[in-house]
Write a protein that binds this ligand. Structure first.
Ligand SMILES: [Zn+2]
Ligand SMILES: [Zn+2]
Length: 374
């Protein structure tokens, strides 16, 4: 009975339209649009790579479903199933249940261990290609010690920012990082300007300055648009799905999916989510956080939250982001953040809060109690 239910469950919500074409070769150009209205209908896909996960609604431990192998791949890709996991069968086993629970915890969902609608609605969102859990140890939500970074000891809060394992960072004393664009991408000044603005978000709260250089291979930070498999073991997947990924310091590699419909002007007022458009600056600000050493956060308004809805914009650092980056590097002495750099996440004045109209996935926390293969 359960098998039948899971197999025939109707698609309930189609949030995004996507195509699932993989390219063997990396194109040297990407799809850029000055604004959302300039995206032609021919580039709006009819389905998305993850949309079929809606067919798993209601599945839970003990049932079988033909869609589960693909979901297991998804969870393994983002770190929720250990790399040694190989049971890509139709069986909803205890490891998958554990993965679902970890995912729900990270994304502030009810921890049911079942593939309920709210969970699947989140799983299908476009997101960063970086894993949420690295080596089974770094997890977005665990909850760090309350008040550790609070300026007000009477306020109880939990920080959800995270770092890569072993906390890699740029060497002490580094104040300038150079960046360059893959020459073959032939980016316009308008596109480059988007990245410049994204870097500025992080300059404001750290001692870093970011300077463009012409030499791609000598630059500290290397920005490139690729399609499909591009040689680093992290292939892109066409429109929606994963949008970009970036490597921990000092690698400096920042890759974006050239098959997305990248929008330059950041104006999505009145836009329908089904257009499958991605705000370039929003993604750039997030990935730069990785380049500097931040992992994912489970704070929904944080830049380092892993998912973002189509046709939305989210470019302002949240306190969680600022606390994370300043724990790694200290603050910009000129930063006039009205004392907010030490303001707890859950208690800050909403007048200065970042916009909530976009969702970058959940954060990373060191979840010590979750072992997939216990
Ligand atoms: Zn990310
Ligand atoms: Zn890559």
């Amino acid at each position: 009975m359960k098998l039948a239910f899971c197999t025939v469950a109707p698609v309930k919500l189609v949030l995004f339209l996507v195509i699932s074409i993989n390219f063997n070769n990396s194109p040297v150009s990407a799809n850029f649009f000055p604004n959302i209205t300039s995206i032609p209908h021919s580039l709006i896909p009819n389905t998305t790579i993850w949309e079929s996960f809606h067919n798993l609604t209601g599945c839970h431990k003990g049932v079988k479903s033909q869609g589960l192998p693909k979901l297991k791949k998804y969870f393994q890709f983002f770190g929720y199933l250990n790399n040694s996991y190989t049971n890509f069968s139709d069986d909803f086993d205890e490891y998958l249940e554990s993965a679902v629970k970890s995912y729900q915890l990270n994304f502030n969902l009810n921890v049911t261990g079942q593939l309920d609608a709210p969970t699947l609605n989140h799983i299908v969102l476009p997101r960063c290609g970086n894993a949420d859990i690295v080596n089974g140890t770094s997890i977005m939500r665990s909850g760090k010690s309350p008040n550790t970074y609070s300026a007000n000891s009477t306020i109880h809060t939990v920080a959800h920012y995270s770092f890569f394992p072993d906390r890699p960072r740029w060497p002490p004393g580094t104040t300038q990082l150079t960046y360059a664009f893959l020459p073959e991408n032939q980016l316009s000044d308008a596109v480059k300007g988007v990245f410049s603005r994204a870097f500025e978000r992080w300059s404001e709260v750290t001692a870093f300055t970011f300077v463009e250089t012409a030499s791609f291979y000598d630059a500290d930070l290397k920005i490139a648009f690729f399609g499909g498999d591009h040689g680093d073991g992290e292939p892109f997947d066409g429109v929606m799905g994963t949008l970009a990924h970036a490597f921990a310091p000092p690698a400096g590699r920042f890759h974006l999916d050239g098959d997305e419909n990248w929008v330059i002007d950041g104006n999505f007022l009145g836009a329908a989510a089904s257009v499958a458009a991605v705000d370039l600056e929003s993604v750039a600000v997030h990935e730069i956080g990785h380049l500097l050493g931040l992992g994912h956060s489970s704070v929904e308004e944080a830049i380092m939250y892993p998912t973002i809805s189509s046709s939305t914009r989210k470019v302002e650092l949240a306190n969680d982001d600022i606390m994370g980056i300043q724990e790694l590097y200290g603050s910009n002495q000129n930063y006039n953040g009205s004392g907010q750099t030490l303001t707890p996440i859950g208690e800050r004045d909403t007048s200065g809060a970042p916009r909530l109209d976009n969702l970058w996935g959940s954060g990373i926390v060191l979840v010590l109690g979750l072992l997939f293969f216990g």
